[in-house]
Design a binder for this molecule. Structure first.
Ligand SMILES: [Zn+2]
Length: 489
């Protein structure tokens, strides 16, 4: 980085766990309901209402923790985090403090810097230390738009209050905005992969914050850090961090210094701006939640969760490279989504041709899926249908370009490979006697060229091939045509 500065970045992610009901009551977590309809005395914070821990939160929290390399703690404690905010009716949030659900994770991610056009330079592994993943409830929402007299009033919707969250905190291990970007994408994909969270930033069920400071390379102490919030997409987050690094370097160099504060990303003006200053850490007066027992997790439960989890994407990627001899880039793209990875493996096994299966999926199929706005799980072409097509191609009955055309048609019509090939008349003629008949005719009708060829004009061979292919309407197997022509001429 310029003038010997380096950035120091730590990440906090809040992921909504994909439960049907809230963490301490039976209210639904469904999105887009009538305001305040998914509420009860517990999540409204009425006096005397008691929280009861949702077992499903522990199942999904355990999956998330294990998928991110964290150690699930034998005993964890829920604690009250006290602060006043209108969308927090109890006056405290039930979270975890000194005894979190899981801690001390080592996570290996793949990361790469990008060149000016946004292309990756070189993927390299990087180990991230995840300090903790703890469980907590979400607050409600203040509504400032779309309701009468919003200039005078704020409205409160408590449907979100009590939604289960996993908060995932890393050490300040990141040195560039792209490392943070690759980390968040890694976490999103892994959480979706194991079914712990939908991890959709647009729906607000994954939110991230970045703590950014800069220092001179070689320094071991930290300068004041800025907390970046309101990062609505991973791309905005990356831009906000990048902007913030530049701003802080300039502020240090001019002698102005950096304030410890919270800043928001202003996507209209492409800059960060101050939300509030944060001179000291908040004093939340944490204490153990008296209405909940300590949470005890048995080693049997952890072992059982491990056996129920799907193979993780990185493990699958390495296996694809090993078993199917795919490149790192191809294997990575295939495991970018769980349904796609499973589709690939089914096609590879059913066709017996993993290489060609990967080619067709990564080029033709992904293009058709993108164009029609579908995910791999909704592909109208099943993996087994694709495998049939590849078998027909491997048997030499159609050529590669025809196979691509057939796949596009299969995608559009949902028909089987053999049916499309018949309709298009793509069946190759590989019957030697049939091709021989055509060759004989061509030789018969082009005696001048035959004489010239035999006199040494070998360039004319291409002319004969062309004539035979035309006479067969492009269906003759070119390899057999070549062989027969050579013999006859
Ligand atoms: Zn409730």
């Amino acid at each position: 980085m310029k003038n010997g500065w380096e950035a120091v970045i730590g990440m906090e992610i809040h992921a909504q766990l994909a439960t049907e009901t809230k963490i301490f009551c039976a209210c639904a977590t469904s999105f887009g309901e009538e305001p305040n309809s998914n509420t009860c005395p517990v999540c409204l914070g009425l006096p005397g209402a008691l929280p009861v821990l949702n077992r499903r939160v522990i199942d999904l929290g355990a999956r998330a923790a294990l998928a991110l390399g964290l150690e699930i703690q034998e005993t964890s404690i829920f604690a009250r985090k006290n602060y006043f905010y209108p969308d927090l009716p109890k006056g405290y949030q039930i979270s975890q403090y000194d005894k979190p659900f899981s801690a001390d994770g080592e996570l290996v991610i793949m990361t790469s810097e990008r060149d000016e056009s946004g292309r990756t330079v070189e993927w390299k592994p990087m180990t991230i230390h995840i300090i903790r993943l703890h469980l907590e409830e979400d607050a409600g929402k203040n509504v400032h738009e779309g309701l009468p007299e919003v200039d005078k009033y704020s409205y409160i919707d408590l449907n979100r209050a009590g939604t289960p969250l996993a908060e995932i905190v890393t050490a300040p291990d990141f040195r560039t905005s792209w490392q943070a970007y690759d980390y968040v994408n890694h976490v999103r994909r892994v959480l979706q992969w194991v079914g712990a969270s939908d991890a959709d930033m647009e729906k607000g069920n994954l939110r991230c914050e970045a703590n950014v400071s800069v220092r001179k390379v070689g320094d071991t102490s930290f300068n004041n850090k800025v907390e970046l919030k309101n990062l609505n997409s991973v791309r905005f987050m990356q831009k906000a961090i990048e902007y913030e690094i530049e701003r802080q370097i300039a502020a240090h160099e001019s002698g102005e210094g950096v304030n410890q504060e919270t800043r928001l990303w202003d996507e209209k003006n492409n800059q960060t701006r101050v939300m509030r200053s944060k001179e000291d850490a908040h004093d939340y007066r944490y204490f153990p939640e008296p209405d909940l027992q300590p949470l005890a997790v048995s080693s049997e439960f952890i072992e059982k969760t491990k056996t129920e989890m799907p193979e993780l994407p990185d493990v699958m990627r390495d296996r694809f490279m090993r078993e199917y001899e795919l490149s790192y880039a191809d294997a990575s793209q295939l495991v970018s989504e769980k349904d796609l990875a499973e589709f690939y493996e089914r096609a590879a096994l059913a066709s017996g041709n993993p290489r060609v299966s990967a080619n067709f999926i990564l080029s033709e199929l992904l293009r058709e899926l993108n164009n029609s706005g579908r995910a791999a799980g909704d592909s109208p072409v099943e993996a087994e249908n694709l495998a049939e097509l590849i078998k027909i191609l491997d048997a030499g009955k159609i050529n590669n370009n025809q196979a691509k055309e057939v796949l596009v048609e299969m995608f559009g019509s949902g028909k089987a490979a053999a049916e499309v090939i018949r309709e298009k008349g793509f069946e190759q003629i590989s019957d030697a006697s049939q091709i021989e008949k055509i060759v004989d005719e061509i030789i018969e009708n082009n005696q001048n060229q035959v004489t010239a060829y035999r006199a040494g004009n070998e360039k004319l061979f291409g002319f004969f091939v062309g004539q035979v292919m035309r006479a067969s309407q492009g269906k003759a197997n070119p390899k057999i045509v070549n062989e027969i022509l050579k013999n006859k001429l």
